[in-house]
Design a protein around this ligand. Structure first.
Ligand code: A3P
Ligand code: MG
Ligand code: MG
Length: 380
């Protein structure tokens, strides 16, 4: 019924209207009621250690420690002497999530059919970060994306492929940007303790291989989703609500000094922050505002549920409903087009700003991403 945003691809009249091979990303096409998005439920978690090794547990969980109001954290401290950076040339694709699925298979399949050959009861498996990119697509004007999709045993796996432009940007990153990437992780170190009753240790090493990831299940209209996302820390109060409601996302941002800066913060930063945390049901973001020298001058908490109110006064601002409806329609588009159930076939969905989403099909290509160990384990 609401296919008004799908372009008609054929000029020849037919009995049934032609299905478009492209999907519009125009905001106006997605201005309708907010779609059903079920409260995300945590079904498990995993950890990646300082060498990026997988553990099916919460050993990398950290605990949020409330700072002073103007803490004067020096985010430059330790750069580069106490910094171990994850190797961005290593493409992990969905591997960690797939390892988690194999380790937790019995939790995922229904109690009546706990045999290994039972298909997963999910339409989509992916990273939260990939869904964040989909949510912000109608408002993105700079960076396109490539999403590889494989249908296997009825489930659609979505794994990002780095675009040529993104690779070039990464390889030519100015030194200032490299340092500012460190600042975000350094802020986490000032704000987090390793145990419920210890204090943060800013004298330690910042190692970006380390991660704690939540795995959540939810539903967006008729799409059953399983995805994982990194969580910065949790409330240390033992009386805090169960995950994901106890989780806290940490962010840094440039100090806001002018109305223009405030407007830009609402229009661009809060969109990214909202999309990232709304998806897994993380209720709050704690933001450290820093000056040009990397000193945190203030800390402020943003409730995700209040962000849409905060931005309502911005002219021509982003809307949560547009983000969610676009994501929903993209997933419907993927379901409709990626029909061949074959682990070595990739449907490569591609988008560049100011264009529609398109796709191409690739067999046994460099885009195939489901590892043999996963296929073997899931076809047993
Ligand atoms: P900030 O977001 O505070 O700048 P996350 O906030 O998702 O937990 O990520 C932690 C930090 O990783 C970020 O802190 C930032 O420093 C770095 N980071 C994450 N994604 C990035 C990206 N796309 N480009 C550059 N830096 C990124
Ligand atoms: Mg993080
Ligand atoms: Mg963060």
């Amino acid at each position: 019924p609401s296919n008004h945003h799908l372009h008609q691809s054929s000029a020849t009249p037919r009995q049934t209207p032609p299905r478009s091979q492209t999907l519009s990303t125009r905001r106006e096409a997605y201005e309708r009621d907010f779609p059903l998005y079920k409260q995300p439920v945590e079904v498990g978690c995993f950890s990646l250690d300082s060498r990026r090794r997988f553990f099916n547990d919460s050993r990398q969980m950290r605990y949020y420690v409330e700072p002073e109001r103007s803490p004067n954290f020096d985010l430059r401290d330790g750069y580069k002497e106490r910094y171990v950076k994850r190797d961005e040339n290593v493409k992990e694709k969905l591997d960690h999530i797939l390892r988690w699925i194999i380790a937790n298979r019995s939790k995922l399949t229904s109690k009546l059919t706990t045999n290994a050959s039972c298909p997963l009861d999910f339409d989509f498996v992916t990273w939260r970060g990939h869904l964040t990119k989909l949510l912000t697509t109608p408002y993105e004007t700079r960076e396109g994306w490539l999403l590889a999709v494989t249908r296997f045993n009825g489930t659609l796996y979505i794994s990002e492929v780095e675009t040529e432009a993104a690779r070039r940007e990464r390889e030519n990153r100015p030194e200032r940007n490299k340092e500012m990437m460190y600042w975000g992780y350094k802020f986490e170190q000032y704000m987090c303790a390793d145990d419920t009753n210890s204090e943060p240790d800013p004298s330690g090493v910042v190692n970006t291989n380390e991660a704690f990831c939540t795995v959540v299940q939810t539903r967006l209209t008729d799409h059953k989703l399983l995805f994982s996302g990194e969580v910065d820390c949790r409330d240390r109060d033992p009386g805090a609500p169960p995950p994901p409601a106890c989780y806290v996302e940490l962010k840094t941002s440039a100090e806001i000094c002018t109305p223009k800066q405030r407007s830009n913060f609402h229009r661009f930063k809060l969109l990214k922050w909202w999309a990232q945390s709304f998806l897994p049901g993380v209720p709050r973001v704690v933001a450290g505002f820093r000056d040009h020298d990397g000193t945190v001058v203030s800390v402020e908490t943003f409730q995700i549920s209040k962000i849409s109110q905060l931005i309502k006064n911005e002219y021509n601002c982003w809307k949560p409903t547009v983000c969610m409806n676009f994501c929903c329609d993209f997933l419907s588009f993927v379901k409709r087009e990626a029909t061949e159930d074959n682990p070595s076939v990739v449907y490569l969905f591609s988008w560049e700003p100011h264009n529609d989403v398109t796709y191409s099909v690739h067999r046994d290509s460099r885009y195939s991403f489901l590892p043999d160990w996963y296929i073997k384990e899931m076809t047993r």
